[in-house]
Design a protein around this ligand. Structure first.
Ligand code: SF4
Length: 393
């Protein structure tokens, strides 16, 4: 088997896991006899579930049309929360022994209430992490919430979670994030040409699989990628931004790249946002997990958090400088309020700096790809013809 076929084989295995998290979770449970905990995006420290001996699986939006869930949540909730509730209403959350989350927006709170209503026997635990990062009281509050998470997981899994176990889990997740970041670095510097669909598979599967199993595959994949010749490209270099909580549809990513662009970086949740930040090792592990919560927002700011000293638009400008991306496509999930409310700030900065950009709103129900393609082609044309860029700015 040649190298390209070996790469495809690993990506194919990971794509299966990413596409069917419930099937992986069910199989893992049968293999290990341990519990699987569904965790919800975007700030949950998976390490603490892993340290409890359970498998943390980030519950994904799935492709199924929303049916029974319609009676539980209004149509103006985002696709992720409506899909989540539909999964609860149709038995698709059955592989999970509990649902744990850290709050980050009103829609997610509504979805959790609906899950509790629909599945009264499912253990559901919400830890309210303070969104205002600058208050002196925030850090002690977060420490308290993580201690509560630990207690609830100990109850559910039936054994104490030792500090040493949390330290080991932190190391395992840091290693996995480091391997994924290495792929990101190689993509930014043009050493590899993985598509956005393939990058999504890498991150989504990391959200689902046992962390050591995933890292073993990443080790093999990286060795193969590093042995390949560099893959310089004359395509327009783009950065994908936004898309909280769930993955953009792969066909949208394919369409963007089919217009003569290569995506060199992103800050989407099922992308760099998820792997951006390691947890400090060797210290008090609970304090380290709290530190991670703050550090993530400094590294890749999120508009669900409020922090005076960081802003998303400056982050984006720096990210573009580092990657050499020539333009930005902002992907916003329809009815994602924290993102929609912040978008005008991003837009102002793009215009001020003359950064070509495009906003695409995504929906669970599907996308008018042909219409969107015309808009992406127009963006690519603007980037290829700088005079036109200045006019548009
Ligand atoms: S942050 Fe946006 S995508 Fe995530 S749950 Fe809230 S509204 Fe939905």
């Amino acid at each position: 088997m040649d190298q390209a076929a070996k790469i495809d084989e690993i990506l194919g295995e990971l794509a299966e896991v990413a596409a069917c998290p419930g099937a992986y979770a069910t199989d893992w449970k049968a293999r290990t006899g341990r519990k699987v905990i569904g965790i919800l995006p975007m700030n949950f420290p998976a390490e603490i579930v892993h340290a409890a001996g359970a498998l943390p699986v980030t519950v994904q939006e799935d492709d199924a049309p929303i049916t029974y869930g319609r009676r539980l949540l209004h149509e103006f909730y985002c696709g992720y929360t409506r899909s989540l509730v539909d999964q609860a209403a149709t038995g698709r959350l059955a592989p999970y022994d509990g649902i744990f989350l850290v709050d980050h927006c009103v829609a997610l709170l509504g979805a959790v209430d609906a899950i509790r209503f629909e599945l009264p026997d499912m253990p559901v635990f919400l830890a309210q992490f303070t969104a205002s990062m600058d208050e002196t009281t925030t850090r002690p509050q977060i420490l308290g919430r993580i201690a509560e998470l630990r207690e609830r997981l100990e109850e559910l899994c039936g054994a104490p979670i030792e500090d040493q176990a949390i330290r080991r889990s932190i190391e395992a997740y840091n290693r996995n994030r480091g391997l994924l970041r290495r792929v990101y670095e190689m993509r930014r510097s043009g050493l590899i040409r993985l598509t956005s669909r393939q990058m999504q598979v890498l991150v989504k599967s990391a959200m689902v699989m046992d962390v050591d199993e995933h890292s073993a595959r990443m080790d093999r994949l990286l060795a193969l990628l590093e042995a390949q010749p560099a893959a310089p490209s004359s395509l327009v270099r783009l950065h994908l931004s936004g898309h909280f909580c769930h993955a953009p549809k792969p066909e949208l990513l394919d369409m963007i790249e089919s217009c003569g662009a290569t995506v060199v970086d992103d800050d989407i949740y099922t992308g760099y946002r998820y792997i951006s930040t390691d947890v400090p090792e060797g210290s008090d592990p609970v304090a380290a997990l709290a530190g991670w919560y703050f550090n993530r927002n400094t590294n890749v700011p999120c508009s669900t958090r409020a922090q005076m000293t960081v802003d998303w638009e400056s982050y984006l400008a720096n990210a573009l400088e580092k990657s050499g991306a020539q333009g930005v496509i902002v992907l916003v999930a329809k009815f994602c309020e924290p993102h929609m409310l912040y978008y005008p700030e991003l837009r102002k900065e793009f215009v001020r700096r003359g950064i070509p950009h495009l906003l695409i709103e995504t929906e669970h129900e599907g996308l008018a790809l042909e219409m969107l393609k015309t808009r992406v082609e127009a963006l690519i044309e603007v980037i290829r013809r700088p005079a036109l860029t200045r006019e548009m700015a």
